[in-house]
Design a protein around this ligand. Sequence first.
Ligand SMILES: Cc1ncc(C[n+]2csc(CCOP(=O)(O)OP(=O)(O)O)c2C)c(N)n1
Ligand SMILES: [Mg+2]
Length: 410
Amino acid sequence: MTISADHTAPDQASKAPVEDALSEAAKKFGITAEDYMLPARHQIQMVDPDGRLKPEGEQGTEPGHEYPLPGDDELMAAYEQLVVGRRVNDQNSALVRQGRMAVYPSSHGQEACQVAAALCLSEGDWMFPTYRDAVAVMARGVDPVQAMTIFRGDWHSGFDPHEHKVGIQCTPLTTQLLHAVGVAHAAKLRGESTVVLAMCGDGATSEGDFHEALNFAAVFHLPVIFFVQNNKYAISVPLSHQSVAPSLAHKAVGYGMAGERVDGNDVVALLAVLDRAVKLAREGSGPLLVEANTYRMQAHTNADDDTRYRENSEVAEWRAKDPVNRMRTYLTDRGLLDDDVESRTLEKAEAVATQLRDGLSEDVPVDPQELFRHVFAKPTPQLKEQSAMLADELARDASSQNSGSQEAGK
Ligand SMILES: Cc1ncc(C[n+]2csc(CCOP(=O)(O)OP(=O)(O)O)c2C)c(N)n1
Ligand SMILES: [Mg+2]
């Protein structure tokens, strides 16, 4: 992708260099542009794996990389979505085993990232998720059964992306980052205050599209947050074979944008970091990259055997850092969560699971001719021919079934 002069953004047309904008952003925090772009030396972690709030001096913050604790309402909303998200992951995995869905890439263990990705955005913002981000899509308000339609394989998307400002969950790695950048570019040209959250995994950072999306966003100073869920694997390929950069957040500085690392199993820290990233992007400080340090607790999908490439001890180590248990302990100790709230939350999660079981157990009538629709605005001669062949075959099938049942009825 080359950047043509025809696409010159307004601020560049008026010759305001992006470095100036970065210096402006850095000035807000009293640090240099370089320190603004480089992630803090340590990941941001506010609540430790045992559910204890860390003393301020140990949260990984530095001058210019300071994060206030999110408010209680936001934390309680996050906890509810965490519990619902965990139930959704486990219910969907069961539905795949029962043959009700073709595939489900579970985000079990990554629910804190999923929930924070949805909660940090305002109504008018956009989210561009991957195949693993169904819980984020639902937390953004998409109906659970509509969200899962794509994994049943009977339609491209069960929801209208424009209605919810959520892109279709994307399987071709990182193409969604380019879509996200395009939407952010359009919003900026129109003078809208939209922020776009573009999601991807650690493996996806090796794709060419990742580079093009980040470079374009930085050069045109667009309001995009690249949210990288580093769950340590790209199917069987470990992070060590993917990148030897100090961290994935460090990649940001090479493009001229700010990067930050955060504990991806600590929803409190995630909300703090993402909320600030959204605010900065909305204020016009340009794109940001947030790397969440998390772990994929289950196999890549139901078609993968993770015991062939990782040790059980590694999985056990991460089980102790579970994002849901950690938040339950923290909120209980704060006196915000008691047995009543917990049982109401579990009921809500169970209601969503029931909705998924009922909705995905219905047999949907599918028209095989849909295969040819919406491919091209004007169907090609080849597609027309194939569609006619299919119609012919279906008609022959129907007539042989009819004559078969007449024979049986004699
Ligand atoms: C362009 C492209 N290349 C390869 C694949 C096959 N593929 C599907 S998922 C995946 C791994 C991606 O890993 P990561 O980005 O870390 O995301 P995760 O699955 O861990 O959430 C690969 C290689 C694909 N879907 N698209
Ligand atoms: Mg990964």
